[in-house]
Design a protein around this ligand. Sequence first.
Ligand code: ZN
Length: 130
Amino acid sequence: METMNCPMCNEYEECIDHVLVDCPYAKKVFEGISSWCNVNMEAFHMVKEVMKFASQWGMCHRRSKLLLIVSYGTLWSIWKSMNERVFRRNRLPPDKVCDIVKSLTYLWVKNRGKVDRIEWATWSQCPLSY
Ligand SMILES: [Zn+2]
């Protein structure tokens, strides 16, 4: 059986943990998300590590939930970006993926109505200030 290389870095064998978290491309995205959230999320190698960290992070349940939403949004956007790469040969720069995460998670939180008075200006600066 033929093994596939990661479509983003073309170096490592493609597996979900690599593509979404451990790939240098995913790491770049997490770097941007870390500085946006002011929470260090750069040291992970596996999806379950990211989810575990986010669900246990912080002392306030509400903020931890926001970080969890941001984490889902980040993984989802990296996945979408990989599909862009594979099916449309379009390579989105990691900072563009970060921008997508910011607007996507803003819409998720806003539409679910769990956070009062959520404003884009504040959200785009730091999503954990709520
Ligand atoms: Zn890779």
